[in-house]
Design a protein around this ligand. Sequence first.
Ligand SMILES: [Zn+2]
Length: 150
Amino acid sequence: MKYCPKCGTQMDDNLSFCPSCGAPTAAPVAPAAVVPATDHTAEYDPKDISDNKVVAMIPYLSGYIGIIIAAIIAKDSPYVAFHVRQALKLNVVSTLIMLVSAILCWTFIVPIAGMICLAIISVLEIIAFFQVCGGKAKEPAIISNLKFLK
Ligand SMILES: [Zn+2]
């Protein structure tokens, strides 16, 4: 229930005019759905998503080869392209971590930290994979802060 701003009559929430004095009432403010900036699902065509979901899963499953395959199969699908970019980002970060770990393997601490980071990235890939299953287009956590390949 809300009250008329002019005469104070109690009235139904969905009325836009007061039943007593006819004054217009402010539209009930619907709480805006909070969509995180990393969730791009609404930017993609639902048909594109449902048609290409399976292809969008490939880049998360098979590394660079999967990325290339998915990019070729669905070059016309913005939804797949989004996931190709995310998967590529995860793979580039993994590759860099492996390189640094290999170069600094004698430091002992760097390869261990690198292994932990790679484990985290694997978890991010699994999460991303299940988001594709749910038809979502979300940037994986952590790497969404990396500003390349948006
Ligand atoms: Zn009124």
